[in-house]
Structures are given as structure tokens and as C-alpha cells.
Design a protein around this ligand. Structure first.
Ligand code: ADE
Length: 305
């Protein structure tokens, strides 16, 4: 491989993992629960046509020390041949509650549980976005596919951010142009949909993550008791599997956003103000991740429940 990945040392990993049951299937491939010695692990098996995502995710995890309680912990990658077929595996910690999307479909939340989910997810996003200098440093990373299906729920009630298959650093943008219209269309920012964004500028991609994160906040807040039924963002405006043009009409032309309740309860009112600031049409006034975290901490500190 030309990417310098330490594949040689990883060849044995797949042999040590026993696949137990399939916990997810999608356009990307499959996720299995596996066992690795005494540990449960998650094994994401990529379709070989999606080798680029496996390579990028492996590269991001292994070139950067991405150890953070709110980012899915990496165990290793493996590339094995089964007969004529190449299998691409990404092995991470396993979280039995599954994705935030599944969790919200299953459960309603107290305000306290909502705050723990939102704060921890914001903390994970902040760590990704932040460039850290020094020997234990990391570049800033834009995720580019933030959505409730790509965030996992840990048994302690906190989230961790997963799926780095589209993630980019400033260095990636210098190496080759990056197509801004890649992630999930439903979560795509107005500037990505109308192709008005400067795709050579790294900060532009961070702002797209913030827009998508605001939609995640909206999905979580709907499930606070007295909860409404789980809905995807733009459920009342966009069809299932919307096209670029469907989403461009809704998000750019009509400038629609998910409906807010104008709740007078201070915590929920604070959350709705935060969503407005983060899904703003003008990307340059959206809050950076650090400001989101500080705002959430302030909202949580004032909650009397
Ligand atoms: N679904 C996708 N990734 C997962 C993981 N790491 N643990 C549990 N469920 C998952």
C-alpha cells in the first residue's frame, strides 16, 4: 500500500477474533459483534468497493492518537483474503446499546439523560475538531458524516463518535480536492447542497459538522419526556432517501429547518437557541464546537431537575 499503513502487524488480528452476531447492515457493509480474547469487539466489514473508507478510517485512527472517551476506541484494522475475495475489517470497542439512532427509537429521556448524551457528543466532536500541538498531538479532523446513526451510546449514558470513513484533515485538502457532497444528504449543510462552499478551506468542513450536529441535538431533544415520537430531521418535508435536489430545495431555497416547540422550560429553551445558532444559513456565524460545549455546560448547570 502507498499509504504507509502498518498492515503487516495487523494481519493476525482477524484470526484472533470470533464473529458472534451481525448487529448492523447498511450501504457501507456490516457490523458484527465479535469476541477478542475476553473482550467484546465490534467488527465493521466493508464492501470491497468501499476500500477508500476503510483506508481513510484506518489511517485516521492509526496515524493519530485518537484516544478519547467520546470517540469510538480503535482496536485495529485487518485486510485478509478469503478465497478470491478481499475482506476489509475495522475492529473497535463494542457498545451493546448500539447507535444513538437506535437508542432514541427505543427510549424516551429525562432532561438529565438528554444533557449527558448531548454534552458527551459535543465533547467528542470538540476533540475531533481540535488541533493539538506537541508529541501527543493531533491534527484538527472534520468528520463529514455526523448523524445519529454514526454516534454510539455507551452503557454509562454518554456517547462516542464513530465512522471516520469520510473524515479529513487540513493535510488531506492539500493533497487532493475533497468533494463536499459526500456524507448523508439529509444532514448536508446548505453550503454543501448549493455548492457555494470553499472546499479548499478546512474550516468550511468543520462548519458543516456543526450544522449536522444541530440536527442531532434536535433529534435527541424531541425524545425528552413528555416525548414526541422519534423522527429523522426533515421527516415532514423530505422523502425517505432524499435526492440532492430534494434537500437543496428544502434547506437552501426554502431555508426550512426542523420545527422547534418554543418550550418555556429554561433547559429546553436553551437547547432550541443552541440549535438555531448551529444550523444557521450563514455558516460563519455557527458556533464552534468549544462554544457548543460551554453553552451546554451552562445549560446543564442551570437545570434544577
Ligand atoms: N454499531 C456500529 N458500531 C457499533 C459498535 N462499535 N458497537 C455496537 N454497535 C455498533
Amino acid at each position: 500500500s502507498g499509504s504507509g499503513l502498518p498492515l503487516m502487524v495487523q494481519r493476525t488480528l482477524a484470526k484472533q477474533v470470533t464473529l458472534m452476531d451481525c448487529v448492523g447492515k447498511g450501504r457501507y457493509g456490516e457490523v458484527w459483534r465479535g469476541s477478542w480474547y475476553a473482550d467484546s469487539v465490534a467488527v465493521k466489514i466493508f464492501f470491497s468497493r468501499d476500500e477508500a473508507s476503510w483506508r481513510r478510517e484506518t489511517e485516521i485512527y492509526s496515524t493519530v492518537l485518537l484516544r478519547h472517551e467520546n470517540i469510538l476506541a480503535y482496536v485495529g484494522s485487518d485486510c485478509t483474503s478469503r478465497g478470491s475475495c478481499t475482506q476489509l475489517w475495522l475492529i473497535t470497542h463494542f457498545h451493546p446499546l448500539g447507535s444513538l439512532y437506535e437508542h432514541l427509537n427505543r427510549s424516551t429521556l429525562t432532561r438529565h439523560q438528554m444533557m449527558a448524551l448531548c454534552l458527551s457528543a459535543a465533547n467528542g466532536l470538540l476533540h475531533l475538531h481540535t488541533e493539538i500541538h506537541g508529541t501527543q498531538g493531533k491534527p484538527g479532523i472534520a468528520h463529514r458524516d455526523i448523524k445519529t446513526k454514526n454516534i454510539l451510546v455507551k452503557v454509562n449514558g454518554e456517547c462516542c463518535i464513530a465512522d471516520l470513513g469520510l473524515a479529513v484533515t487540513r493535510a488531506h485538502l492539500l493533497q487532493a480536492p475533497v468533494d463536499p457532497r459526500q456524507g448523508t444528504k439529509r444532514y448536508m449543510s446548505p453550503e454543501a447542497l448549493d455548492q457555494s462552499m470553499n472546499a479548499a478551506c478546512f474550516e468550511t468542513f468543520l462548519r458543516c459538522d456543526i450544522y449536522a450536529f444541530a440536527l442531532v441535538l434536535w433529534e435527541v431533544c424531541r425524545r425528552v419526556r413528555p416525548a414526541r415520537e422519534y423522527r429523522v430531521p426533515y421527516y415532514e418535508l423530505a422523502p425517505a432517501d432524499p435526492s440532492f435536489d430534494d434537500m437543496r430545495k428544502i434547506v437552501c431555497v426554502d431555508a426550512a429547518r426542523p420545527a422547534l416547540t418554543n418550550d418555556t422550560q429554561p433547559t429546553m429553551a436553551g437547547m432550541e437557541n443552541l440549535m438555531r445558532e448551529c444550523w444557521h444559513q450563514n455558516s460563519s456565524v455557527r458556533l464552534p464546537a468549544l462554544r457548543i460545549k460551554k453553552t451546554l455546560l451552562k445549560i446543564a448547570a442551570n437545570d434544577n431537575s
